[in-house]
Design a protein around this ligand. Structure first.
Ligand SMILES: [Zn+2]
Length: 434
């Protein structure tokens, strides 16, 4: 057993002083605010952050897609270029460095929306899950937990066969997808295997129930939803229904499901997502980068959809920025301030996020929970003078202000690790483009 006296910590919905935590087998066994003595951890400590939407390989694109004008669809061509270059070893190296960047930013669980399954010509690897297992190993090496959201991808769009690099993503049909994913079910500690539907574009409606049945309302099931207006239009043209309606009709929505982006929704879509308890994962820095638009985060929340956050394309890996962006983007969209409180945004990034990834026992500093601790410097040039309460943490801190990270009772990031992480990223990304 070990114990720590947290100088200040976010416990039970507020920042409290002198919180003594006792840890055994990677979990909190006692949490006592106002304690007198113990080994002191200075700073403001929050629970581990859940990054609920990641495509690890997109990290190789950061800074390289900004020269051209264009749209989501022209950006996608550049992303496909990277997807064509990776093999299991290169994927693991890039993912490990990316996950280390996440760990240093206070992220203790990642939801990896993984669709890069097969060899460049579409043939499965000898182990058909070689690429997914490379991600699992990368997370283990980086010291964070992973929910591998193995993604079903069957079509270039509404029934068209996969084209170009998409053959790497595609299984024959949803039944073949579920047979492959079944091989992953004996997952080691620190891994949850979940499912994903790439989108209503990439999975024909009649295939959706097979994926939903595999998840069975018990495993996490994620889906890209209505990120682009063009996708909505094509969906209505194909099915005479919105993407949300198609998912609802085929059993994809529910409390274990997460709709990623949920940007361009009708009032009916919002009601349907909320009434089924489907989570909504917003990825504001990516949505900004790609010019997607601003989704109705507050209206979804009011309707019943729990908010979660993701760094998606990794144009930025900083969940503090994602948290405040949800509120700040609502301000731009409505010309009003004060839609989301700081505690609500912290809940999105911690407990709600972890729950949506299948980690119901993580995301809070509380007895029985996994011992994840993210400690922030309250006297950095960004946080100094803010008081570093909830509002200071959410609206002033950045990933750079995280000084120590513990996952499952083990310290995985210390001050001074950033230089090495930068070198590792640089090396991995150079190899991708070589
Ligand atoms: Zn995505």
């Amino acid at each position: 057993m070990s114990s720590l006296l947290l100088e200040r910590a976010w416990v039970d919905g507020s920042v409290q002083d002198d919180v003594l935590v006792e840890i055994e087998d990677g979990r909190f066994t006692a949490v006592t605010p106002g304690a007198q003595s113990g080994e002191r951890l200075t700073g403001v400590t929050i629970p581990g952050l859940a990054n609920c939407h990641s495509h690890a390989f997109h990290r190789a694109l950061r800074g390289r897609t900004q020269r051209e004008r264009g749209s989501f669809w022209t950006w996608r061509d550049q992303m496909y270029d990277v997807a064509g270059r990776l093999d299991p070893d290169g994927y693991q190296e890039l993912a490990r460095a990316t996950y280390r960047e996440m760990a240093a930013a206070g992220i203790t669980s990642v939801g990896e929306f993984h669709y890069l399954h097969h060899q460049p010509d579409g043939t499965p690897y000898d182990d058909p899950n070689a690429m997914g297992l490379a991600l699992v190993e990368a997370a283990r090496e980086a010291g964070i937990r992973i929910t591998l959201l193995d993604t079903c991808y069957l079509s270039a769009g509404f029934g068209d066969p996969p084209q170009g690099v998409q053959v790497r993503y595609a299984d024959r049909d949803a039944a073949a997808w579920s047979e492959r994913v079944a091989l992953l079910e004996q997952s080691p500690a620190g891994v949850v295997v979940g499912a994903a539907v790439h989108s209503v574009r990439a999975v024909p409606a009649e295939q959706l129930p097979t994926v939903a049945d595999w998840a069975g309302g018990a495993k996490p099931l994620h889906v890209h939803l209505s990120e682009q207006v063009a996708e909505n239009q094509a969906c209505v043209a194909a099915y005479s229904r919105t993407p949300t309606e198609v998912l609802a009709l085929h059993g994809v929505l529910g409390p274990r499901t997460t709709a990623v982006h949920a940007t361009h929704l009708t009032e009916g879509d919002i009601r349907m997502l909320g009434s089924t308890g489907t989570h909504a994962c917003f990825c504001p820095t990516t949505e900004r980068d790609l010019g997607d638009g601003v989704g109705p985060s507050r209206r979804l929340h009011v309707a019943g959809s729990g908010l979660t956050l993701g760094s998606d394309s990794h144009a930025v890996i900083d969940l503090f920025e994602e948290m405040r962006a949800v509120e700040l983007d609502e301000r731009l969209a409505t010309q009003q301030r004060g839609h989301w409180s700081a505690p609500e945004l912290l809940n999105a990034a911690t407990t709600t996020g972890h729950r949506s990834l299948g980690w119901d026992d993580a995301g809070a500093i509380a007895v029985g929970q996994r011992a994840d601790l993210v400690t922030i410097d309250p006297a950095s040039p960004r946080t100094a003078g803010t008081g570093c309460d909830e509002a200071g943490v959410v609206f002033a801190a950045t990933a750079e202000d995280v000084v120590q990270v513990m996952v499952d009772g083990r310290v995985v990031v210390r001050q001074g690790d950033r230089e090495e992480i930068g070198r590792e990223l640089d090396e991995a990304i150079r190899k991708v483009w070589a």
